[in-house]
Design a protein. Sequence first.
Length: 98
Amino acid sequence: MKYTLRIYKELQNQYGNTWDIASDMIIYNSVDAFVDDATDEEYSVIATTCYRVERAVAGVDLMRLADRIAEEYRLKNITLDYLKEVSPHKLLDKMLWR
C-alpha cells in the first residue's frame, strides 16, 4: 500500500474527520515538495493562506494552489509575512493565477 494512503487510513481510524486531515496532507505534501527542511511556521502559514484563498475564491484547486504558493515561496517571490497579510484575490493576481 502506498505510504500516503496508509497514513491517511491510520489517521482516519484514529480521528475520523478525514476531510480536514486529507486537506492538510495535500498542503503539507506541497510544502515538502518545494521547501527544504520546512519549519512548523512555514507549514502553518502556507496552509492557513491556502484555506483563506479556498474560502474566498470559488472553484480553487487546493493541490494546485498549495503547489503554487509553496513554489513561489521557495523561489522567494513571496514571504511568510506577505502571506500573512495579503488578500486572497491579490495573492492570486500576483501569482498570475488564471
